[in-house]
Ligand binder design. Sequence first.
Ligand code: NAD
Length: 523
Amino acid sequence: MATEAQTMPPRLSVHNPATGELLRELECAGAKQVREAVERAGAAQPEWERMGVRARIAILKRFLRRLYEKREAVAELITREAGKPVTEALLTEVMVVLDTAKFLVGNAYALLRDQAVPHSNLVMKAKRAWIRREPYGVIGIISPWNYPFSTPAAEALGALVAGNAVVLKPSEFTPLCALELRELLLASGVPADVLQVVVGEGATGAALSESAVNKLIFTGSVSTGKRVAQAAAQRLVPVVLELGGKDPMIVLEDADVDVVSSGAVWGAFVNSGQACLSVERCYVHRSIYEDFVQACARKAAQLRVGNGLDAETDVGPMIHQRQVQTVEAHVNEARERGARILAGGKRLAELGPNFYAPTVIADVDHSMRLMREETFGPVLPLMPFDGDAEAAQLANDSEFGLAASIWTANRQRGEALAARIKAGTVMVNDVLSCFGISEAPHGGMKASGIGRSHGRFGLEEMVQVKYVDSDLLPGIRKVWWFGYGPQFAQQMRGFIDFLFGRGMQRLSGGLRSVGAYFRKRRL
Ligand code: NAD
């Protein structure tokens, strides 16, 4: 007989990473609940699809208004649950979602409507054809904790406007942001079964990956992404994988040391370095290296670390102990191997167990974990280089390829170097802000992922393409149907000459092929 402990569903405690305060306890969804949520979503989706894009855009417009009105409360919730400064919650989460909604309201109809396909081949001219973009059905979204509102929202909004139902499994560390997103969308007119949230740990995500969803959009670490892709492969379910990064920043010798060091400090320490697009490696031309390192160290030491709800805070806590331990391990190994720590390099235990000081660390090299694995914390490692070719080689010497940035007073030189970097995004003279550009596709090369989110390419991931071909002459047999023979073969050779040959060859081919249209067919 099952004991009470066995029959009770597992529970999840959600804590504020800055204070440890318990925010809420929630029941985890088991495999059965996930299956049932997907079934309900599947049953509700056809009606949602039938509503049409314009009606769904009207709902998105209401969502946009509602989120704008509740922006402060939503930002505060994000800060309580994920720790980031409230200004960052407003700018990198709420504003990004408002902007995504605005993009979809303005563009979804044009991007999703039927698209004519003109035929160039003469023999195919008597047809009208078009592309339909049809929803997959139910899209499973699995998301991480570092952008707990904007990541699932950007994906869910695109999936929904395209006519899909969504089952969202948020990170176990930040489910409240996802529940808030659902509440806002339901209050705007999305039916309850069309957008469901299944709360839980990895097992809930695994159950969603194995469920009857028609597509999976996963954002998270490489190792979990591989597991999700393997589960999806069992049912040949397509996946989008938005995975980790080890983004390089390249500072050329003509860059303004004062401005660009501020960029490096922001790029490395925004969200306590817990952004997939964080500066994780910084390569600086040797001629300005020492000045640059000192400027970064000076600025890092001035950052105010604390509770994100305090408007004065620049850098909040990290999400949890495991993440702090990874940072500690990477920094300690680099220190032991001779790297120079110029700022930070330690926990800030007086603030709480999840606080780590913004750390500037120079003279690192590629043998260190700090330069090879995703650190995902407030660490800025710097290394000198001597020329553009070496900078590109160092930047590309990574299993990851999410994004990169190049900093120079000479834009043309920066843009030329951008073409040599293997990454999904390369920014010249900026970093990270691409995530806030609703038109920009977001996604990685190499181990950083498959597919794209955001913008036109993100919306294309939410639909499957159907080609519809309608023949204008239904009463006429096609020339290429059965009834082959030597004469017909010659006529078709002539036709190919007519289409692809040159000069006289074309003319004679055309003449030789004409008979095909009048041939007697036995079938
Ligand atoms: P994670 O891989 O640990 O977890 C991500 C999600 O997967 C969570 O919801 C988790 O519960 C779930 N999960 C865990 N095990 C699972 C399983 N076996 N099957 C299905 N789902 C499972 O990642 P994280 O620590 O939450 O997030 C940090 C990572 O996310 C970093 O690597 C970061 O770079 C990456 N990230 C990437 C992007 C991007 O757009 N490329 C954006 C944000 C974060």
